[in-house]
Design a protein around this ligand. Sequence first.
Ligand code: PMP
Ligand code: GLN
Length: 390
Amino acid sequence: LAAPDGTTRPTIFAEMTALATATSAANLGQGFPDADGPAWILEAAVEAIRGGHNQYPPGRGVPALRRAVAAHQERRYGLVLDPGTEVLVTAGATEGLTAAVLALAGPGDEVLTLEPFYDSHAAAIALAGATHTTVPLVPGPDGFRLDVAALEAAVTPRTRVILVNSPHNPTGTVLHRAELEAIAVAAIRADAVVVTDEVYEHLVYDGAEHVPLATLPGMRERTVTISSAGKTFSLTGWKVGWVTGPAALVEAVLAVKQFLTYSGGAPFQPAIARALDEGASDVEELRTSLARRRDALVSGLTEAGFAVVVPRGTYFVCADATPFLTAEMPDGAAFARALPHLVGVAGVPVSAFCREGSATARALAPWVRFTFVKDEATIAVALERLQRLP
Ligand code: PMP
Ligand code: GLN
């Protein structure tokens, strides 16, 4: 069963990981860590299983996790939330995002995203039957930046939701406060809800500051914030995420979520509650180690001949592969599909995060995304192989 727009094709991540496995390539494609999160958090889940946390948890999530999410938002960002009504636990950020879009937008509504965008954002908009509009992120010396004039032009009276993602997959951009303020002004002008995907909230480098949209003036009451434990604690397979925001919006998301999974992850929820309460030093260690791996990947790619935009957040570096393109391999999509065969390295074409045929897809056609959330040896092997590119 394929949706009319083909959203049930295998994702680009599944395709590139399958290709990497088939060719024994160093997999810098799909963004998942090759080392599990802290042993004490794994142990907490084992204890929860032994302790009988194996049946359906409450639909909103176990109280300990909802309290821990609220405490985290207050400690870190000064956002005060009622864990009873303003926090909802979901099956990863993916379910939270899809449920939020399904709850808030339908046929005739426009949902505005940045472009490039994370693949599930576009799929959720298609599933909702809403119209997907976009505003470009443009590469430059200061990273991929929001085109604020284009944002103002893209917001219409039909814009129901502005779906933001910062720190941003695939570009690694951490939106500046001024860019977020422009989004807030546009949302208020259109009376739109902002749904903000902040799964990389802790993974920022070089002193970059992650500013949650909900902390900007006038935004708490119109913002649905989504995050998850996957990236913060290197536990992407646990699929524990959460949605926070004003009670009425969270209630709307719950109305959809209850029929997607109802609930999930019973033994993982108490373990993640402990991770949020007690895991700050583990997160700091991960951040430091990721910054080091980012530096290695950025300098190796540059040495190999790619033009690289240095990311201030996330797991990802985007690189312009123009010097390697040929008549047979005319763009990043062809290059990324050939690369595992040519030198044994996998990446993901940035065009996979764009609307087919859009101006941004054309502008970013030569670009490829590589991840640095792999052990240093894998990154070193990949870089050594990339130096052999003709
Ligand atoms: N949003 C973004 C921007 C992501 O990169 C990812 C995962 N890579 C997700 C959402 C999905 O998060 P989860 O695994 O918690 O569903
Ligand atoms: N978010 C991960 C990435 O961007 C992939 C997650 C997935 O495979 N759905 O690489």
